[in-house]
Design a protein around this ligand. Structure first.
Ligand code: ATP
Length: 744
């Protein structure tokens, strides 16, 4: 039996009486409900299937492909809106800053461009953070951890709403315009997921409009598949990497996968990428050209060569990426706890964003002021070269790193010749980039860590490249910069397969596949030795009941009867309305076994046994009560109920407190046998934890009923009961702890 390890979380208050300390990693929140990925094959379902026949199957399949097509197109258009808004806004901003810089080549007037830059960055940052704080907090950050949880089977409130999408799109544009260290690539994944969830349902709850189409997709498992496709389409648009998108959904998100879904996801990603390419090509004056790159263009490497002797250096870089990534996750966790405690008011959250923004601008100006790295114009890696502190015909290399979009900076670090930046310029830039990314990730804005992570890594990778170049002048510095970027991001996010392919696709060269894979695997192994990935840390802090890929190790001596809750709240096959209402009001559970009491004279001398007949969900009961599907002496409404009745209310069902019933209704009964799931998954009480876990994981279950040796209902296990067993890896030691439930 497991012992809870000595793991105290992060208790911030000595006087605190709370069981779960703020920012603790050892709690599981009960406020998150689960999604129902299981198909309820009840009488209504079977009737519908028989009545509609094969035509229905073909129609559904065709609609599925069409829906993936529209998901791809819509996601691409969202990317286009973001791209064009950022391009127009930043061109204006950088031109303004350049104008004021051009009028000032010495230190005594640098305050003028500084104040202009400060103002032009603070205004969009303020707008972006106000939107997050006051309008939709769910649009904060990249959204990747929450999408991952949704695909794992957790109902994350307001994650896939239209309002969240609108705030996300405006927010991410503001982040880029505000010069903050956040990428738009993570948010594109979230945006694609929202689009997928919206397009596939044929109705908008926000506008109270139901198109009456695609209602056969109004089920959690269908929505999950579309959301996987939407996340992939988001990556495809962001990086111009459709295969990377597909693999991202597979690696980071999807808990359930099949061959047909792979095809459709790939199709949606391709549509997304090519829609984006063709529209942006037309926008840039090359209509019909389908080769324009995605939102993020790393540019192509002229020199694709590397030697076998480079490989050990790449492994070392992977180790550095893993170490710095683990440190990043650890420090970010500390920052999170600090924020929970001190940055807990709306105005403080906005103030923090403004301070981060102002600090970023100030650091960039201080670096420009105190380093002198002048290079000949023509080597300039930016569209807005700044002359400050340099002679005519020269530009300031440090300024060129700061006064362009992060994507442009990554490109410069990858491709510029070794003499473009002095070593000290890159050292200062790298240190500042690391700490600014660290501080920025987690503030109230809509930005991801992907591009800032790549940028930091590209900087130290370039330094390694320079060192190697010093001894071997034929060295290709660009590949070192790319490996540094991959290692750093891999160390932070622990993405391996998908990041390898995303970077291969974004750089257009499969030649780099091997070194990228080597450094990413190394970064992941080293990082995992010390800490969880940044996404998993966030998921744990929020207390979401994420089911890991594998059951806890050495747990086969834990049995279903150790996991289950007993006694179980159940219903009889014919249940009175009054009893159903009372139970739903008293308990917050979402699934109830339906049982029948049988007296068995032959075997058990007339003892009453309680046999399982099915499982019914709270949402189903609510629909039945709302539609008054009762069997009374004079009423028998249930013939008029079909699958459509249940789909109409999906996904937001009323609360039991909102249902109005007459006193007489309470005495009537409902025959649950027609509506319940007549064949729910059941396990013997002797089944081991790993087997129960695998069943939950593979089938996407929400509840499992446990039966005893005589097949009577003995208990119930939900995904939260399993998610409580948490594997903790610390300094190479593996411990398993049982998390506490909390209502936070
Ligand atoms: P979810 O919240 O995941 O949608 P749920 O509300 O049905 O599902 P949980 O919140 O996961 O259930 O359950 C919390 C605790 O209540 C668990 O320990 C679980 O075993 C227990 N539980 C769930 N359903 C029942 C029930 N019908 N009778 C008794 N205990 C239950």
């Amino acid at each position: 039996m497991y012992q809870s390890m000595d793991f105290k979380g992060y208790d911030l208050s000595n006087e605190s009486e709370e069981i779960v300390p703020i920012g603790s990693l050892n709690h599981l929140s009960t406020k998150y409900e689960s999604l129902d990925y299981e198909v309820i094959e009840n009488e209504l379902y079977r009737e519908e299937e028989q009545k509609k026949g094969y035509r229905y199957v073909v129609q559904k399949d065709f609609s599925r492909w069409m829906t993936f097509f529209w998901i791809g197109v819509t996601t691409a258009f969202i990317g286009i809106i973001i791209f064009i808004s950022i391009e127009i806004g930043t061109t204006f901003k950088f031109n303004m800053i350049k104008k004021y810089f051009d009028g000032c080549t010495e230190a005594d007037c640098v305050y003028k461009p500084y104040l202009v830059a400060l103002l032009l960055n603070l205004i969009p940052s303020l707008v972006g953070s106000c939107l997050i704080v006051y309008i939709e907090p769910m649009a904060k950050g990249s959204g990747i951890p929450a999408v991952k949880c949704f695909l794992n089977g957790i109902k994350v409130p307001r994650l896939i709403r239209l309002k969240t999408l609108v705030v996300k799109v405006i927010g991410v544009t503001c982040v880029a315009l505000g010069g903050m260290w956040g990428g738009k690539e993570g948010p594109m994944i979230h945006a694609g997921s929202i689009v997928a969830a919206g397009v596939s349902q044929g109705k908008s709850i926000t506008f109270n409009k139901d198109l009456g189409a695609l209602n056969f997709f109004r089920e959690d498992h269908e929505k999950r598949d579309f959301v996987s496709g939407g996340a992939a389409a988001g990556i495809a648009a962001a990086f111009g990497a459709p295969v990377g998108g597909l693999l991202f959904s597979l690696e980071e998100g999807a808990s359930f996968w099949n061959q047909a879904l792979t095809w459709r996801t790939f199709f949606g990603s391709m549509v997304s990428m090519f829609t984006l390419h063709s529209v942006l090509s037309a926008y840039h004056g090359h209509p019909g050209d389908l080769t324009y790159k995605g939102l993020l263009n790393f540019g192509e490497f002229d020199d694709l060569s590397y030697h076998i002797l480079d490989i050990p250096v790449f492994v070392l870089m992977g180790i550095v990426g893993g170490l710095t990534g683990a440190l990043f996750c650890h420090l970010n966790l500390k920052l999170f706890i600090f924020r929970k405690r001190y940055v807990n008011k709306d105005w403080k959250k906005i103030l923090e964003v403004l301070i981060v923004c102002a600090t970023t601008v100030t650091i960039s100006f201080l670096l420009i002021l105190f380093t002198s790295d002048c290079k000949k114009l023509g080597l300039d890696p930016t569209d807005h070269p700044i002359q400050f502190g340099c002679n005519d015909g020269e530009f300031n290399a440090m300024a060129s790193l700061w006064f362009q979009l992060l994507e442009g900076t990554v490109r410069s670090l990858f491709h510029d010749t070794p003499d473009v930046f002095n070593t000290t310029t890159v050292v200062y830039f790298c240190i500042c980039a690391y700490f600014i990314t660290l501080w920025t990730y987690g503030v109230h804005f809509s930005g991801g860590v992907l591009i800032p992570g790549l940028c930091t890594g590209a900087a130290w990778g370039r330094l390694v490249g320079r060192a190697v170049f010093h001894f071997f002048p034929n060295t290709n510095i660009g590949i070192y910069s790319l490996i540094g970027a991959a290692s750093q991001l891999g160390g932070i996010t622990r993405m391996t397969i998908s990041l390898t392919i995303i970077l291969v696709e974004a750089t257009g060269s499969i030649t780099f596949g091997l070194p990228l894979m080597i450094c990413l695997m190394t970064a992941k192994w080293v990082g995992d030795f010390f800490s969880e990935s940044i996404y998993d840390t966030q998921i744990e802090l929020s207390g979401m009941p994420l089911l890991a890929w594998d059951p806890p190790p050495l747990s086969s001596n834990i049995y279903a009867n150790n996991l289950m809750t007993h006694p179980v709240i159940t219903f009889k096959t014919k249940e009175t309305v009054g009893n159903i209402v009372k139970i739903l009001k008293t308990y917050s559970h979402n699934g109830f076994p339906v049982i029948e009491y049988v007296q068995n004279y032959e075997l058990d001398e007339g003892k009453t046994k309680c046999y399982l007949r099915g499982l019914i969900l709270r949402s189903q009961l609510i629909v039945l009560l709302e539609n008054k599907v009762f069997d009374g002496p004079l009423t028998n409404y249930w013939d008029s109920v079909t699958m459509e009745t249940f789909r109409e209310d999906y996904p937001r069902y009323s609360s039991i407190d909102d249902i109005e019933l007459l006193q007489n209704d309470l005495k009537l009964t409902i025959d649950l046998s027609r509506f319940m799931n007549p064949s729910p998954y059941i396990v013997q009480h002797t089944m081991s934890l790993p087997r129960v876990f695998k069943l939950f994981r593979a089938m996407g279950l929400r509840h499992i009923v446990v039966v005893n040796d005589s097949n009577e209902v003995a208990g119930i296990v939900t995904r939260k009961d399993l998610a409580r067993y948490k594997v903790i890896r610390h300094m190479g030691k593996i411990c398993v702890t049982e998390l506490q439930f909390s209502s936070k």
